[in-house]
Design a protein. Sequence first.
Length: 382
Amino acid sequence: MQLPQKHSATGTTIFTVMSALAAEHNAINLSQGFPDFHIDEQLSRLLGEAAKNGHNQYSPMPGLPALRQAVAASFKKRYGLTVDPDTELTITPGATYAIYTAFTAILQPGDEAIVLEPAYDSYIPNIEMNGAKAVPVALTAPDFHVDWNKVKDAITPRTKAIIVNTPHNPTGAIWSKEDWDQLAELVRDTEIIILSDEVYEQLVLDGKKHNSVLEHEELRQRSFALYSFGKVYNNTGWKIGYCVAPPAFTQAFRRIHQFLCFTVNTPGQYALAGHIAADTAAPVHTIMQQKRDHFLSIMKDTPFTIFKPAAGSYFQIAGYERVSDMPDMEFAQWLTKEHGVATIPVSAFYSNKKDDKLIRFCFAKKEETLDEAVNRLKKIKG
Ligand code: PMP
Ligand code: GLN
């Protein structure tokens, strides 16, 4: 039987491939982005209590009201922004799902959607699964800024959406307010909708500030902003996130969401609601700042090149030109098998597999994990 190919990506996602290779070779896994340390004790306690107290049935389709209210209060406190928890906020099973649902709410066959590459690997398949065409535009190395002229050239009368991501996976770059202004200027007289992937919103480092699409009054009116609790509370495996969008967009989003998964894990939502409302946890950027700084300081004694410290996210890009001229996929496999450290080849984030000979390290790990990994890297001859 011939089954249809719903998208153009071949094989299995790189995150699964590299994590499996790490496990097979007993390598330290700095590939897939997830913390290897415990979550806040209060959060795990609240999860247990939610189950014990009988919160084990379906929660309302848009998400638990207490969780939506806690998220809205957090936006107010951190950004001074008003988000209506009833009409503008929907809880989802993670951000990957929220991105797919937003695309599905707006794309029709024949539409085009612009993707800035390197990009998280689900974007293009998600666009294609909706019968639309992905139009990749390359960010400009080495700092991976947006070349707005290239974006302008990519816009056609069929352009329905642009997906952007700040802080950026895999490069750790962040957007300035001027980036948003540039985007606003390009889309002003069009019907283009913005998907703003802000899952690393609370992971901006060096005292800098996250610039959210929600703070841009003009763009906010035409945007879906997508978030993941996993990146804030170090619990990526809970797979809970949310979408913030204006009421008409939220209605369109929920039209799809109600028939895609209907609702999200209830005890997890109770636990998150209680934890966010208590507001006692140390902000995740302070934890991650230490980790990035530590990682960068120990990496100095290895033959890898850090062109620019990550400004945000879990990730640091590095060059290996002093070690090898292998293609990055081959190099990442070699590093895993021969030296016991798994990373992600950056070419995996390009639809044409553009190879700049860069690899991505995840530094969201215990200090001892980073030390052990870097001790292994130090043994490599430059
Ligand atoms: N977008 C980006 C840029 C990511 O790195 C991730 C990582 N998981 C996601 C979306 C998805 O988040 P979630 O795990 O909540 O689906
Ligand atoms: N966002 C994570 C990363 O980039 C992984 C998510 C996934 O495995 N799909 O590593």
